[in-house]
Design a protein. Structure first.
Length: 358
């Protein structure tokens, strides 16, 4: 397929954006300016990739010609470079195709991740803690900001439930595949006979919602303050800083007590509530997707078993795409790049097929 007409449209759009950015009052609307700058950066990256693609195609053609020359030494050198150029060309074509697809506007968003211990008692709560640390380390690897928002610790050092926020460049684009049931197989520390136990934790990944995404009317909320519970020294149970929020039309409930300030807890609670309501809205929209794509990115729901973490064999398996890695230790330390790239590649192939661009 010839993408030249599409590329030219993107080139014209880039010129339009550069004209807008040059206007004196461009930054008067910070939100709009940020959106335009993000689009400008994406278009510039696309055009740079397109130019590199054309250059690589020419270099490959030159090498293929040189490989046929009568000079054995020159022909050998040219032939040696051909596999590397072909691999590079395949990746560049893939990058261009992905960039030309209609973009999900939430991919640029920050993400709120909610992890809950599932079946397995204490072991499930410990696994929930493992997942939290995995995402935190991955965020650190990418230079993202990690914020602990709310948690309900277990007696053994894990979490019954924990919520965090990760902010940075295209966070939701990379973490949207994590929603679903995560299963762990390992020998618990308390197991005296060496038997492998199976436990689960559920993960929901929500793009952070803005006020324009979801209208929340004050009359639809019931907000209560109460005393914090759990560890926290003298502050605990002495001030009413914990905040509980109910969204009456949907029954969605949020509690936040991480901060000492009632105002900060309310602010965090509203962020979580807004993200949950936005997730529900997007889940409805997801029903319009093809069944194949829903099976990959899911709906953020808790019923889909997506992955198994097998500790005895140091193996991770993603059941949606048949991906297997024997670097479970590394992945839990935040080395998730290869796994996420495989998921992104599979989603891209499905979207290209839907758009008739495969």
């Amino acid at each position: 397929m010839d993408y030249t007409p599409l590329i030219e449209k993107r080139r014209q759009r880039l010129e339009e954006l550069e004209t807008v950015i040059a206007e004196p009052d461009f930054f008067s609307d910070q939100k709009k300016a940020s959106e335009i700058m993000r689009e400008h950066r994406r278009l510039k990256e696309l055009l740079e990739t397109w130019d590199e693609l054309n250059g690589t195609e020419q270099q490959l053609a030159d090498n293929q010609e040189l490989a046929k020359t009568d000079d054995p030494e020159l022909a050998e050198l040219a032939a040696l470079e051909i596999p590397e150029l072909e691999a590079r060309l395949e990746k560049l074509r893939s990058d261009v195709q992905y960039s030309l697809l209609p973009r999900d506007t939430t991919e640029d968003r920050d993400a709120i991740i909610e992890i809950r211990a599932g079946t397995g008692g204490d072991e499930a709560s410990l696994f929930a803690g493992d997942l939290l640390r995995m995402y935190q380390r991955f965020a650190e690897e990418r230079g993202w900001r990690f914020e602990h928002m709310e948690s309900s610790p277990s007696d053994v050092g894990g979490f019954k439930e924990v919520v965090c926020r990760i902010a940075g460049d295209e966070v939701f684009r990379y973490l949207k595949y994590e929603g679903g049931v995560h299963r762990v197989q390992r020998v618990p520390a308390t197991e005296t006979q060496g038997r492998i136990h199976t436990s689960t934790a559920t993960v929901a990944v929500m793009p952070e919602a803005e006020e324009v995404d979801i209208e929340i009317r004050p009359e639809d909320l019931r907000i209560e303050v109460c005393r914090s519970g759990g560890a926290g020294g003298q502050h605990v149970n002495k001030t009413e800083s914990a905040v509980q929020i109910w969204h009456i039309p949907t029954g969605v409930y949020v509690r936040c007590e991480e901060e000492r300030s009632q105002m900060k807890n309310r602010e965090k609670g509203m962020k979580i509530l807004r993200a949950k309501l936005f997730e529900a809205k997007k889940r409805e929209e997801a029903e319009k997707y093809s069944a194949a794509r829903r099976s990959l990115i899911g709906s953020g729901g808790r019923e889909e078993k997506i992955r198994t973490y097998n500790f005895p064999q140091n193996r991770l398996t993603d059941h949606r795409i048949g991906y297997t890695s024997h670097n479970l230790d590394g992945i839990l330390m935040g080395q998730m790049e290869d796994l996420i790239m495989a998921l992104q590649h599979e989603e891209m192939q499905e979207r290209l097929a839907e758009a008739g661009m495969s």
